[in-house]
Design a protein around this ligand. Structure first.
Ligand code: C5P
Length: 408
């Protein structure tokens, strides 16, 4: 993935034990195509040496104001010119205090004051230091100045205490930075989506389910959040981690999923049905475990409600997106599903291309035609779907399900 191609990141590393995570972060960024200029403070270099960062980034590390590497230029000015962002990770209580008050007494603090690009900080410190009113005051000042604060996380600390103040993991910071650069095509929009399978009980220990992994739905929730939407995800039984900035509601059955969708529907701009919802459930659920007796057995099923169909048919329907996982005749089935359920957009895929795996190949069907996306990791596909969805919403002026509003 060349997600950072063409981007130069100034990575500030200050004196905290989490500096070791900055080494991994610089590696991830370089791998994703970024050019990384590390600025290491004196205290930072006590934890990780400049040679480590030089080897990982393939570029010289900046440690002092006093050098002539910039030829006739000045490092504290020139390093941020043309940079996509400055990210300080780890950011100690000391550097945060300096930045909040405009103190500039070393290369990193000076270039932050002289920068003309966004600044992101990943605080890392002992929990008492983080909770101290002085630090909290400084964080409020930095927020007000438009500095983007990433974390901190909560958990075990290097000092042996447990609490808030741990720096976010390198991969999380990488994802946060990626999200920061994403066009906010769904800014101000509220998205509700369903994901994963459902589980319909037969008796207290058995049930009917399907092989949906939930990966596509979770990736789509992540992509919507990256695009600036407020996302609520109603998830069937899967053990996947919740994407950052996504509110998750866990359910088991299709009836619970429908209930949760209806409860969360008011105020939503978009509804995306990604879940593989059961079409049938046992008509009677036995309260006791069913005993075998060697005879054939008949399970009587009843139809469940079609959640997406029901939402799309409402007069106050949000912009509705459906999925069509088919084993054949994708175009015909997906198009007829789009029309039958009155959807603005249907994401179609052949089950053999996506179910359970890490990648997917989908085609997007809307009223103007069919748009195939290349086969890719599910998160990449999800970002492609979000880009199409956002531009379609703009074209249709947010009209629900692609229909003109009654009063227009
Ligand atoms: O009609 P079919 O099940 O093929 O349609 C699939 C689409 O409808 C998916 O978007 C799925 O999430 C949604 N669906 C639903 N409730 C159901 C069945 C399917 O929301 N009971």
């Amino acid at each position: 993935m060349n997600a950072f191609a063409g981007k130069r990141i100034v990575l500030g590393v200050t004196g905290g034990i989490a500096a070791y995570k900055a080494a991994e972060l610089s590696r991830l960024l370089v791998k994703a195509g970024a050019t990384v200029d590390v600025v290491l403070t004196q205290a930072g270099s006590e934890f990780v040496g400049a040679m480590t960062f030089q080897a990982l980034t393939g570029r010289p590390v900046w440690q002092t104001l006093w050098n002539d590497r910039m030829s006739h230029g000045m490092a504290h000015i020139d390093l941020t010119r043309g940079a996509a962002a400055v990210l300080i990770a780890p950011a100690t209580a000391n550097v945060l205090a300096k930045l909040a008050h405009g103190v500039c007494d070393d290369l990193l603090s000076i270039l932050c004051l002289a920068r003309d690009c966004p600044l992101l900080v990943a605080p890392a410190m002992n929990r008492q230091m983080w909770e101290h009113p002085a630090t909290q005051r400084n964080m409020a000042l930095l927020s007000r100045d438009g500095v983007k604060i990433l974390g901190p996380a909560s958990g075990d600390q290097a000092c042996g205490e447990v609490g808030e103040g741990r720096m976010l993991e390198a991969k999380t910071l990488f994802d946060e930075l990626y999200t920061f650069f994403q066009p906010k095509s769904l800014a101000g929009k509220r998205v509700l989506l369903t994901a994963g399978p459902t589980f319909e009980p037969i008796d207290p220990v058995r049930g009917l389910t399907n092989s949906s992994s939930g990966k596509m739905g979770f990736a789509l929730a992540q992509a919507c959040a990256e695009a600036g939407a407020t996302v609520t995800m109603i998830a069937g039984p899967v053990a996947l981690p919740t994407p950052r900035n996504v509110q998750r509601v866990d359910v088991q059955t299709s009836a619970q999923m429908r209930e949760a969708v209806l409860q969360n529907l008011p105020g939503q701009n978009v509804f995306i049905g990604v879940a593989a919802v059961a079409d049938y459930r046992p008509k009677v659920v036995s309260t006791e475990k069913i005993k075998k007796n060697g005879e054939p057995m008949t399970l009587v099923l009843e139809a469940t409600s079609d959640i997406l169909g029901e939402i799309a048919a409402r007069p106050d329907a949000p912009f509705c997106v459906g999925f069509a996982a088919e084993s054949q005749n994708l175009e015909t089935y997906a198009e007829s599903k789009r029309k039958a359920k009155n959807l603005a957009l249907v994401v179609g895929n052949l089950v053999q291309d996506g179910l359970g795996g890490e990648t997917n190949r989908v085609t997007l069907f809307d009223a103007t035609g069919a748009y195939p996306l290349p086969s890719a990791k599910k998160i990449i596909v999800a970002r492609g779907i979000v880009a199409h969805l956002a531009s379609l919403m703009e074209k249709l002026d947010g009209k629900p399900c692609g229909k003109p509003r009654a009063n227009s």
